[in-house]
Design a protein around this ligand. Structure first.
Ligand SMILES: [Zn+2]
Length: 338
């Protein structure tokens, strides 16, 4: 459903293998990994919790919506497009009909309003000024829920943007293997990512690489590095593989609808290389498509398990072209943003 901050209070109602089934509100349940759970019998779950004060404001980097609550309760966020709205559900909460203080320091937030969609589900709508979603994060400060909205950068020229590039796999995680050559995916994702780094640096972009060598990096380590880096957007590079060696082509992936355009523009350019189209895949549950903090796209350049695709991947000239096409896709995307 979502990423959650720590120390969120939830009622366990059942145990299913490695997960607890938890109750979020009267009608909503979720599964929580037992490893992420601490039992605390001193907490008495109340029949209902109320909202208190709400505030909308901005600092020099972000816009914020603060909602004070009686307890750290579960929530989830969903992006809506056309028009762009961030919808945040807070479970187990009933509105206490509080007013909302709005400061003129906001830049990205157009309007904030709420609906009590169920007796104990409080839904907050955050309408955004720009069509492109630039990301958000939700956390608690004490019992105050803080929704942080990333603004659209004031300049969309690459020289003013922070671009993160993630070469897939690395170290003890080799990824897929070449069907005939036996090459390891991790080495070739790095080669392509380095070409992309070069191309982006030529545009004077600020580039952050999650790895520049054959490093072992867990997904959590990558996500934490990226969280610190606060990129404007992320591109992950992978090479695909299938049991069927006839399957070939390029594909791009996103998880959240608000981040889809970047993946579409990259795919459109990649097809110019004469690669077959494997598709633009949404709702993709890959770790690095998971963060909501910044737009992100994953590129599966071609299939290592297909002879024709593999031959291309082995060609240094092709890898340079791939970087040029990803860059062209990024530029098309930036140009399309109003
Ligand atoms: Zn991979």
């Amino acid at each position: 459903m979502t990423f959650l901050d720590t120390m969120v209070v939830m009622k366990v109602v059942d145990s299913v293998k490695s997960d607890y089934k938890v109750q979020l509100s009267t009608n909503h349940y979720a599964y929580l990994s037992k490893g992420n759970f601490i039992a605390d019998s001193s907490i008495h779950i109340r029949p209902y919790y109320l909202t208190t004060s709400r505030k909308v404001y901005g600092d020099d980097k972000y816009d914020y919506v603060n909602i004070s609550l009686d307890e750290r309760l579960p929530y989830s966020g969903i992006q809506r497009i056309d028009p762009s709205i961030l919808v945040v559900d807070i479970f187990g909460v009933t509105s206490n009909t509080n007013w909302i203080t709005q400061l003129s320091t906001v830049k990205e937030i157009k309007n904030v309003y709420y609906e009590q969609i169920e007796d104990d589900v409080f839904r907050v709508f955050i309408a955004l000024r720009h069509q492109q979603h630039w990301g958000y994060s939700i956390h608690y400060e004490g019992k105050k829920l803080v929704i942080r909205i990333k603004r659209q950068p004031s300049s969309l020229s690459l020289r003013n943007l922070r671009v993160a590039v993630d070469p897939g796999h690395g170290g003890d995680n080799s990824g897929a293997g070449g069907g005939t050559s036996g090459i390891a995916e991790k080495n070739y994702t790095l080669l392509i990512a380095k070409e992309l780094q070069k191309a982006l640096l030529k545009e004077k972009a600020h580039v952050f690489m999650t790895r520049e060598k054959d490093t072992s990096l867990s997904m959590i380590e990558r996500i934490q590095m990226l969280r610190q880096e606060e990129p404007d957007f992320l591109v992950s590079i992978h090479l695909n593989s299938s049991d069927k060696d006839s399957i070939q082509g390029v594909s791009t992936y996103y998880r959240y609808i608000g981040f889809r355009p970047l993946s579409q523009f990259i795919l459109k350019r990649m097809k110019e290389l004469g690669l077959k189209e494997f598709g633009n895949v949404g709702g993709f549950n890959f770790s690095l498509n998971g963060p909501t903090d910044y737009p992100n796209a994953l590129v599966e350049v071609a299939f290592l398990s297909n002879k024709e695709d593999e031959k291309r991947i082995l060609d240094a000239k092709f890898r340079k072209q791939v970087a040029a096409k990803i860059l062209a896709g990024i530029k098309d995307w930036l140009k399309s943003i109003k």
